[in-house]
Ligand binder design. Structure first.
Ligand code: AMP
Ligand code: MG
Length: 689
């Protein structure tokens, strides 16, 4: 729908008439029509500008041309403001509101007074700040020192557009607050005058002949060439750039969702489903000539070479527990949003000096969600209930248990510090802060945090799909009839549930016999259906070790001879670009290798970063002698504050895996552990399982 023939860009101004001579910091506009640029227009005040816009829209409509009309000021305010002012989240209702309340003429306007008046509704210290006039304005702070904003400081788009100003700042070089207030009423009048002909981006579908869009020329443009006025040059450049885009390119830029706050055209929005780059073919290469790679080195290789391989998507926060954040999440609102009381009691202006205090109570009370509208005069107190916003004049609260109430007065013993029993706005999290960082796997507590700061949707990674294949002629499914020499497949149920507990999506690819063609087919299918494949068995270098043989043929395979016990070589490779972890067949070794190697590697590929298991130094309840050369993991559990190990280290003893509640890690060198010596215990839970 973005077939526009005419592009007109406007650089707005919030100030008064700028005189007859072309100059900077005035309103400038430039039209590119059917690819032809017209001379930029100098518009000395908003009255002139409105007439010019009116004539332009009229002319384009008459000529049957579609017009993209850009303005360099925000079309919306940070979330929550529209609702606070109008009772709805619809930014166009806010346009109507400003249209009704702004008084404008070429010589004077009421923007600072209106900002002060709005501020007084919210306690008089924000959201607007900076008074550009000489006279004081009630409620409008001159500086930021006493500023307190009940709304987010920035719109979401402004956190992405470096150097942008907030629409709360009413004066000062570059400030945009005045332009918004003085611009929205003009756009609103045009919108109503040409009702049915204009859509406002991104709030409305662009199915009308004229589209209003928000632009910010400084996003991409630097200083103008010698001799040109910055504003007039910028509007010309933006009009030329936008008119030069293909329909698809412009559509892509217009395709954003920012229903309440609006967006700046050209700022890329965090888009779901951006495919991450593939892994490199040599990602599992180990240095040549090394016989046994120490565990830490092997881990460092994986950490270096792997990267996230899942795309992202946007979803409702309530559905996102267990998902991994694809980007940082910025708090939309402070927690708490307003200064409030932490207890039930009585609020007044603190501090209270030492000794007995008596204060008259004023009528009314403040409760959570039901603010007290008036002022509390100095020396008087008001009943306040936990969570209530502090009314104007209150900064300190005395606990009700410490007070006697009689005849409309309260009595208590001082001293009480200013601010006692209150919570500062944003003392927990301030709007604009990063509430949680990319890579975080969301927990129930995270859902509480993000909800509290106004986040309803999150951009998360798609879950990592992990295929599990068991290999071996000897395997049958538990429950089936097992002939002589056959054993039940123990690894697959274990690996599938480990994957699930770790927060990935298990994909059961069944069992496959020691047959190269069958295994090749199964790897093909697994690579189609999953992001990563775990196989067990057949990973050594023997005749029947088809996993290694196939991966070697595929050309991107490495045998990792890692110096650890239990664990035979791991075969790591890429199959059709999909990483394959060829685990040992022995269930004890398969589980240890999964926890120690696959777990952090999968975490990295899922987007959650490299997560190390949290171990604890605990006294040993056992004795063990160990030679140098490889790291050992013993099946262990904690009893009476000490780590016990399973009575047998036999690698076929699956019962020991089940008996254990974690692993004891004994370092690579020689060691003689005696009862009471400290050893490192890694609970299964520390691997997320
Ligand atoms: P492999 O690595 O294929 O030589 O297997 C090593 C040992 O683990 C052999 O004793 C296999 O029978 C056993 N094994 C292999 N896969 C499994 C499995 N899925 N469940 C239980 N044992 C297995
Ligand atoms: Mg085998």
């Amino acid at each position: 729908m973005s077939q526009f023939q005419t592009f007109a860009m406007v650089d707005w101004s919030g100030g008064n008439d700028t005189g007859p001579t072309r100059r900077k910091d005035a309103i400038w506009a430039c039209i590119v029509r059917n690819g032809k640029v017209l001379d930029p227009e100098y518009l000395r005040n908003r009255l002139v500008a409105e007439q010019w816009l009116d004539a332009l829209i009229h002319a384009e409509l008459m000529a049957g041309r579609r017009l993209l009309l850009g303005f360099d000021f925000p079309f919306g305010y940070p979330c929550g403001f529209a609702r606070a002012m109008t009772g709805t989240d619809d930014p166009l209702a806010l346009w109507d509101w400003f249209d009704q309340h702004i008084e404008d003429s070429p010589k004077a306007n009421n923007r600072f007074d209106l900002a002060g008046r709005i501020n007084l509704q919210f306690g008089g210290r924000g959201p607007f700040w900076m008074n550009g006039l000489r006279r004081d304005i009630d409620g409008l702070p001159r500086t930021k020192s006493d500023y307190s904003n009940p709304f987010p400081n920035r719109r979401a788009v402004e956190t992405l557009a470096k150097g942008s100003f907030t629409c709360w700042q009413m004066a000062g070089a570059g400030a945009v607050g005045g332009q918004v207030m003085m611009g929205l009423p003009v756009l609103n009048r045009l919108r109503h005058r040409f009702a049915g002909q204009i859509s406002v981006w991104p709030f409305e579908t662009l199915d009308k002949p004229v589209a209003f869009v928000e632009i910010w020329p400084s996003l991409t443009l630097g200083a103008p060439p010698e001799g040109r006025i910055k504003d007039e040059w910028q509007v010309e450049q933006v009009a030329l750039t936008l008119s030069g885009l293909t329909e698809q390119e412009l559509d892509a830029q217009l395709n954003v969702s920012a229903a309440e706050e609006g967006w700046i055209l050209g700022v890329p929005q965090d888009k779901p489903n951006i495919a991450p780059p593939p892994l490199r073919n040599d990602c599992f290469a180990l240095p040549a000539g090394v016989n046994w790679t120490p565990v830490d080195e092997a881990l460092a290789y994986l950490r270096d070479r792997l990267h996230p391989i899942t795309a992202s998507e946007t979803m409702a926060l309530t559905k996102a527990c267990g998902r991994v954040l694809a980007g940082d999440v910025v708090a939309r609102r402070s927690n708490p949003p307003l200064p409030n009381t932490a207890v039930d009691g009585y609020g007044f202006a603190g501090p209270a000096p030492d000794g007995p205090q008596i204060m008259p109570l004023i009528d009314g009370r403040a409760a959570a969600g039901i603010p007290f509208e008036g002022d509390v005069p100095e020396g008087r107190a008001l009943r306040v209930l936990t969570g209530a916003a502090l009314p104007a004049g209150v900064d300190t609260v005395i606990l009700e248990e410490d007070v006697t109430v009689k005849d409309g007065h309260i009595a208590f013993h001082g001293p009480l510090k200013k601010g006692a029993n209150t919570r500062r706005a944003g003392e927990d999290v301030a709007a604009g802060d990063i509430a949680l960082s990319a890579g975080r796997r969301l927990t129930p507590a995270d859902l509480a945090l993000l909800s509290a700061v106004g986040i309803a949707e999150v951009n998360v990674r798609k879950p990592l799909r992990v295929a599990v294949v068991s290999t071996g002629d000897e395997l049958v499914e538990a429950g089936e009839r097992a002939g002589p020499g056959q054993i039940f497949d123990a690894n697959r149920p274990m690996l599938l549930s480990l994957i699930e507990r770790m927060g990935f999506v298990p994909v059961d690819m069944g069992r496959v016999s020691d047959d190269r063609d069958a295994l090749r087919d199964r790897l093909d299918q697994s690579a189609e259906r999953a992001d990563v494949v775990l196989t067990s068995g057949g990973a050594s270098a023997g005749d029947e070790d088809h996993v290694s043989a196939l991966l070697r043929q595929a050309g991107a395979m490495q045998h990792w001879r890692i110096a650890l016990k239990p664990g035979r070589p791991l075969a790591l490779g890429l199959w059709s670009g999909v990483p394959v972890f060829g685990l040992p067949g022995n269930p004890v070794a398969a589980m240890v290798c999964t926890l120690i190697f696959a777990r952090p590697a999968l975490g990295l590929m899922s987007g959650e970063g490299w997560v190390e298991p949290q171990g604890f130094e605990v006294p040993a309840a056992f004795e063990k002698r160990k030679k140098p050369g490889r790291r050992e993991y013993l099946r262990a559990r904690m009893r009476d504050g000490r780590a016990e190990v399973f009575h047998s280290e036999g690698s076929g003893r699956i019962s020991g895996l089940s008996w254990a509640e974690g692993l004891v890690e004994i370092e690579d060198g020689a060691r003689h552990v005696k009862p009471g010596d400290m050893v490192r215990f890694l609970p299964y839970g520390s691997f997320g399982v």
